[in-house]
Design a protein around this ligand. Sequence first.
Ligand code: AMP
Ligand code: ZN
Length: 113
Amino acid sequence: MDCVFCKIVAGVIPAKILYQDEKVVAFPDINPTAPTHVLIVPKKHIASLAQLPDNESVLVGHMVKIANELARNGGIAESGYRIVINSGKEGGQVVPHLHMHLLGGRQLDNGMG
Ligand code: AMP
Ligand code: ZN
């Protein structure tokens, strides 16, 4: 297993697990860019959004649901937050295992850069 997020899912690399169920796990980003910076990660290895099988698109909806719950529980639902999925090199993806960023707790720029 040569994937950092698969290793976190397996418990081989430690992370502070904020939420998990049979499909996903959520933990703080190791290099946060906002006061709240959480990663929501499918337990199954899918290399990127671009490689998400059509019949598994419901998984991303589930990730959004969990991000919303974490935003509410983290007290940023009212002030505002952002969810981001980077896909591929030019999309800014560094870790080749599908993940969603939940960012909030400060004023974010328009993020279209
Ligand atoms: P991306 O650019 O969308 O692929 O984002 C990958 C994110 O994973 C970055 O924000 C990293 O800081 C984060 N990251 C990498 N390794 C770890 C780790 N062991 N625990 C938590 N976050 C990590
Ligand atoms: Zn993986």
